[in-house]
Write a protein that binds this ligand. Structure first.
Ligand code: 2F8
Ligand code: CA
Length: 329
């Protein structure tokens, strides 16, 4: 059934009379419809319609069906269009998302490559650093070992240096003593030679040897201090008496002579010229001596030489002979 069939079932349309007439000539079609309608009409319950009414009803139903079908078709078309629109839209979005994803994938791939390159470089650097660290650790161990060895050697050298310094000091002391002894011996020798060549000198310059030491017995007379100065100029000092034998040797010269003993620093405390005190076993004071007569006697002399206890304290300013002693030990 096409549009002409639909128009055939209605009264004259507004379209034109010629068309209407053309349709009217198609009476066969109408009757065909009539047969169909009659077939339908025969199935109805109730009184039968007239042909015109029946024809009108058929036309109306046909028009409604056609409208419904057309509406449905339009609806279907609309749904299809919408669906196509959505599909098109989804596809575009998908394509855009795909492009974005591809771009992201490319970027991520690129970043991944860069990260892998960086990782490889970092791994390489890490290996190099580990190697450097191992080498430095090894060098550090070697340096520590060297430092320990040097410290040990330094300690040994310091010990050797201390020992050498100590030996050097001892040698210098020995050298000084030997030099002093040599000078004294040279002086004594020169005097002895002089005494032999000049007998008159022998009287005034007398050196004697006793128990390893040399003693000078003065011919002149001086105060205690001047006497001591003279001894020191001779490389000696006033005599220090350490034994009874030495005491006897001294007093055998049978003169009043200054000896190296005084209490000038502390009254009553007698000390030898080397600072040592007078020992009980080797002190040879005369009877009632030392008495510090008039509080003026601070220097000791050999006085009563006839007796072993021959020492007397006397004023230091008095001029007397004196005895120098040169110790070689
Ligand atoms: O010149 C002082 C001197 O005088 C007497 O000796 C001669 C004293 N002796 C006695 O008193 C025993 C000394 O002690 C005194 O130093
Ligand atoms: Ca006295």
């Amino acid at each position: 059934m096409d549009a002409t069939d639909i128009y055939a079932n209605v009264e004259e349309p507004s379209g034109g009379h010629s068309k209407w007439k053309r349709e009217m000539n198609r009476s066969t079609n109408i009757y065909e419809n009539k047969d169909a309608c009659c077939a339908v009409e025969q199935n109805r319950v109730g009184p039968a319609l007239s042909d015109v009414a029946r024809s009108k009803t058929v036309k109306t139903s046909s028009c409604r069906a056609a409208a419904v079908i057309l509406g449905l078709l339009c609806l279907l078309l609309l749904v299809g269009l919408i669906t196509l629109g959505f599909l098109h839209k989804d596809r575009t979005e998908l394509e855009m998302e795909m492009v974005q994803l591809q771009t992201s994938h490319k970027n991520l791939t690129k970043e991944n490559d860069q990260l892998q390159t960086s990782f490889r470089n970092l791994t390489k650097e890490n290996d190099q650093l580990q190697t450097s660290f191992r080498n430095l650790t090894k060098e550090n161990d070697q340096l520590q070992t060297s430092f320990k060895n040097l410290t040990k050697e330094n300690d040994q050298l310091q010990t050797s240096f201390k020992n050498l310094t100590k030996e050097n000091d001892q040698l210098q002391t020995s050298y000084s003593i030997l030099t002093k002894d040599r000078d004294q011996l040279q002086k004594i020798l020169e005097k002895r030679i002089d005494e032999q060549n000049n007998p008159q000198v022998l009287y005034s310059e007398v050196w004697r040897h006793f128990n390893g030491n040399f003693y000078y017995f003065s011919s002149l007379m001086k105060s205690w201090q001047e006497s001591r100065n003279d001894c020191q100029q001779r490389g000696a000092d006033l005599v220090i008496i350490n034994s009874a034998k030495e005491q006897d040797f001294i007093r055998s010269w049978r003169k009043h002579m200054w000896i190296g003993l005084n209490d000038r620093e502390v009254e009553g405390t007698w000390r030898w010229v080397d600072g040592t005190p007078v020992l009980t076993a080797t002190r040879f004071w005369g009877t009632s001596e030392p008495n510090d007569a008039k509080g003026t006697e601070d220097c000791a002399e050999i006085y009563n030489y006839e007796s072993q206890n021959s020492w007397n304290d006397a004023p230091c300013e008095i001029q007397k002979h004196w005895i120098c002693e040169s110790r070689l030990k």
